[in-house]
Design a protein around this ligand. Sequence first.
Ligand SMILES: Cc1cc2nc3c(=O)[nH]c(=O)nc-3n(C[C@H](O)[C@H](O)[C@H](O)COP(=O)(O)OP(=O)(O)OC[C@H]3O[C@@H](n4cnc5c(N)ncnc54)[C@H](O)[C@@H]3O)c2cc1C
Ligand code: SF4
Length: 453
Amino acid sequence: MRADAVVVGSGAGGGPAATALAESGRRVVVLEAGPRLESADFSGAEGAMLARLFRNVAIQGSNQALYAGSCVGGSTVVNDALCFPTPAAVLERWRASGLELAGFESHVERVWREVNATPTDRAHTSRNARHLAVGAARLDWEAESIPRNVRGCANLGLCNFGCPTGAKQSTLQTYIPRAERAGAQVLAETRVERVVVEAGVLRGVEVDGLLVETPLVVLAAGVLATPRILLRSGVAAGSGFQAHSSLYVTARFPEPVHGYYGPTMSFGVSQFAPEFMLENVTVHPVVTATGLPSFGAEHERIMRRLPYLARCVVLRRDAARGSIDVDGKIDYPLLAEDQSALRRGLLAATELYLAAGAEAVWLPLQQPHTIRDLGDAEALLPQAMEPSRLASLYAVHLFGGARMGDVCDEDGSVRGVSGLYVADASGLPGNTGVNPQITVLANAQRIAEGIAA
Ligand SMILES: Cc1cc2nc3c(=O)[nH]c(=O)nc-3n(C[C@H](O)[C@H](O)[C@H](O)COP(=O)(O)OP(=O)(O)OC[C@H]3O[C@@H](n4cnc5c(N)ncnc54)[C@H](O)[C@@H]3O)c2cc1C
Ligand code: SF4
């Protein structure tokens, strides 16, 4: 097979990259490791959809798990549709490191319109989110509804398992069909092993031992894959990995919450940003069972009251930096400052839920406990909060491993290999402190339009 350009991956990086290159008149092939499912295939069955649409990796020597989408549309198919513009302070920091990133803001504005990021009004605020809003109001903390990229959302609350109505404007609904209308061919269940470079010249990509010939490759396989593909291809990569380490806090209210209905996420408490954010998350049963303390009868006792549970996530902008090796092993020890920020986040979420009227709160610790006042929580959390004591520490916002200014230049071109580009979250210089899909989409569009020009 031959193509003018191969885009590897079809998520927040691959979607806009394929569109820009196809619309410039190039014959584009998108190679995507995951399956192609359409809206009608998203059954809403939690266990089955998690197994079909997700990929997860455990961090070595820690109990932290990293999750990403693996299907046509990538993580944008399973994400919660929250949209934040790239924070000005983050762009300032990246620019201070020597990157010009000319016109980045205008791409943010464009992708914002193209994915229909719109304010979330009251009709789309679940009871789960409202508890967060009530607690924040009573404590006089800064908090707000967060815009979402949806068109005609039916409030089904299935965003993490693929939106069955097509309301969520993932790249499966937006950039991928647009690229196809411009002639791009999308091959699902096609995993790229490596980029083939001979005597410094790019020849194409290897799939199942076969060569797809092309003079232009845009890697957008996500943080869990792009650095590994580069390493397998003999390009030095893998450093500067970062995440937003996340912890659940679960609360029980006297009245039913039915937190599995309504947008999975829609409200955030920014009082402590950029140190950490609090955002409401869904309480579907499989996901809820993770991040609760204890096992057996005690665990069952909490789960039996599922309709009364509300949940939020403490989302930390980690200071830690780690690395990814050629086998996909990730070395990412959290720093003491990250551990104390997470501790402060757990206490803040507890205080907020108690202010909102919760009758019990649970932290993601292994030992059985039930918190009825803030003192209980303080007693449970030692100053040095060892990740190994946690029942679940996870991250879905991943960054780096093939960073601009390190592995590639700011136009996305990989140093030393002409025609090879990185256009996904692995190329970002660091974490954003807010949910990053708009930043990834904007950066990919900027890079691909630069190539096209
Ligand atoms: C559960 C979840 C919830 C999230 N919620 C939000 C949110 O509400 N708001 C927000 O802003 N961000 C959210 N994010 C993060 C956001 O979706 C990601 O930051 C963004 O999609 C990353 O874009 P990417 O292109 O780097 O990777 P992805 O979008 O993950 O795309 C990478 C694609 O490459 C494919 N691939 C991997 N390896 C190969 C290979 N070898 N060959 C071919 N293809 C390959 C993968 O299957 C995948 O489809 C969430 C993420 C997750 C997982
Ligand atoms: S809440 Fe809206 S976006 Fe999410 S799955 Fe339901 S219809 Fe789709």
